[in-house]
Ligand binder design. Structure first.
Ligand SMILES: Cc1cc2nc3c(=O)[nH]c(=O)nc-3n(C[C@H](O)[C@H](O)[C@H](O)COP(=O)(O)OP(=O)(O)OC[C@H]3O[C@@H](n4cnc5c(N)ncnc54)[C@H](O)[C@@H]3O)c2cc1C
Length: 345
């Protein structure tokens, strides 16, 4: 098989032969043609990086990871931020209690969240940007961040010439080994769609290299951490409460609030919580959700425990350094386990 690399004028500059190929061209912000993007007032997450001043007001369209992260950065910097989403909550894929906790924390620093609104038009005024929604409502702001999705970078690849087409979401479909429908062409990272994280993309690429060179390897893990750098930050691993309800699991919940953790009391009383979901009979940990300072670091303790199928009482029987945020695991485990003690004795 041969890969042709062209320069900007369409001349072939390289012909690369190979037994295997990996498409890892990533993704770009979704830029619909009816939105008049510029580099100053109507921005996407890439354009936003070149602004040279803080606006007085910012309208963020989209309550996914990128929209929520930027909305919280700007709100923390004192900008008047409104975040709009068509759904009921920010970050709807998270455990709902954690999303609500974030919404409350952000409301306290002045962020306004408007749910159930679908954007229909964005126009540039003299000094401001006008945004219109399907329900007829309108908002004015100095800047708009359009964070409504990303698209696979496949436009210039001519993948159809290799027999590959995109799925309905616009990404390259792959099997469990990250092979496309053409078995010697792999695809990994953002170009295949969710989870579209740097962390997961790196691992997908490593698994592709192993598979292509015939090294026995493990499948991509079912559970991996998700880190969201909102203020406060969030990290989770495993099932959410909604998922466990939908799947019909018999589960219990242990919680620890940051105000119960000595290290947090010493460090300035930030808001936050640990939430551990575990099977009520087997006690196996099914999901861990943390919001608050150091959440993206703390999650790895729970992730490792989960990968060894640990039970909730594992965290009770371990001694944790004092004072540490990690003690939240023990407090949450005691909280959850104590709710069951009558049944277990
Ligand atoms: C604002 C923002 C914040 C993020 N924060 C996090 C985070 O905190 N943690 C996290 O895990 N992930 C985060 N991500 C996601 C992370 O950046 C991506 O998941 C990751 O970069 C995907 O890696 P990739 O190798 O698939 O693609 P990329 O890193 O995008 O790399 C693709 C490369 O291919 C090149 N390319 C594209 N088209 C062609 C072509 N036709 N020919 C040749 N080369 C081409 C591109 O120039 C680029 O260098 C964030 C993303 C965004 C947008």
């Amino acid at each position: 098989m041969e890969l042709l690399v062209e320069n900007e004028t369409g001349e072939t500059i390289y012909r690369i032969k190979g037994a295997f190929f990996l498409i890892a061209t990533g993704s770009s912000p979704h830029n619909p043609s009816h939105v008049p993007f510029d580099r100053e007032r109507i921005l996407d997450s890439t354009r936003l990086l070149s602004i040279d001043r803080l606006p007085k007001s910012l309208l963020v369209l989209g309550g996914g990871t990128i929209g929520s992260e930027y909305a919280s950065f700007f709100a923390a910097l004192g900008v008047d931020v409104t975040l709009v989403d068509k759904g009921k909550m920010m970050l709807p894929f998270l455990d709902q209690e954690i999303s609500l906790h974030l919404q409350n924390a952000l409301t306290k620093i002045g962020l306004k969240f408007l749910s159930g609104r679908i954007v229909t038009e964005i126009t540039l005024g003299k000094e401001e940007v006008h945004t219109t929604f399907a329900d007829g409502s309108e908002l004015e702001s100095e800047m708009v961040l359009y964070a409504l999705g990303r698209v696979a970078n496949v436009e210039q690849l001519s993948i159809e010439r290799a027999g590959i087409s995109l799925n309905n979401a616009g990404f390259i479909p792959v099997n469990a080994f990250f092979q496309t429908c053409v078995s010697h062409i792999y695809a990994a990272g953002d170009v295949i769609g969710t989870p579209a994280l740097a962390s997961t993309s790196m691992e997908q690429g490593r698994l592709v290299a192993r598979d292509a060179f015939g090294v026995k390897t493990h499948p991509f893990p079912d559970f991996y951490p998700i880190g969201i750098y909102t203020i406060p930050e969030i990290s989770s691993c495993g099932y959410t409460e909604q998922q466990l309800n939908d799947l019909g699991f018999h589960f219990s919940i242990g919680r620890a609030y940051y105000y119960e953790i000595a290290r947090n009391q010493i460090s300035g009383n930030d808001p936050g919580m640990f939430k551990i979901l575990f099977h009520t009979e087997t006690l196996q940990i099914l999901g861990i959700h943390i919001i608050g300072r150091a959440a993206t670091e703390l999650i790895h303790i729970g992730q490792v425990a989960m990968s060894f199928n640990a039970r909730i009482d594992y965290f009770i029987d371990q001694i944790f350094n004092y004072p540490t945020y990690a003690e939240g695991y023990r407090i949450a485990a005691l909280n959850g386990y104590n709710k069951l003690k009558d049944r277990l004795l």
